[in-house]
Write a protein that binds this ligand. Sequence first.
Ligand code: ZN
Length: 97
Amino acid sequence: MYNDFKFYHFDCECITPEHSIRFMLDTNISYGKPELYLEMQLNKLSFWNRLVTGIKYILGSRKHNEFWECTIISPKDIPRFKEMFNDFENLFIEYNR
Ligand SMILES: [Zn+2]
């Protein structure tokens, strides 16, 4: 399933594993336009916190920061971000030929 994906992992500057992010670039353009996915782990809360958060989510709570985490991008990762977006852009160029 993931044979056509190129993976890029970025760790948060705070080194918390849950803040790591992963991009998946679908390089198989024979199925359609290239797509770049962003994945992040959900924070590991206690059972009760997850239950309460889940109930709030189900009930449609709209508190602004309730379901967000953040990742601090390190300047050392800038070249890898550039590489990733260049790969993404090059796939679009190839796709639009
Ligand atoms: Zn962090």
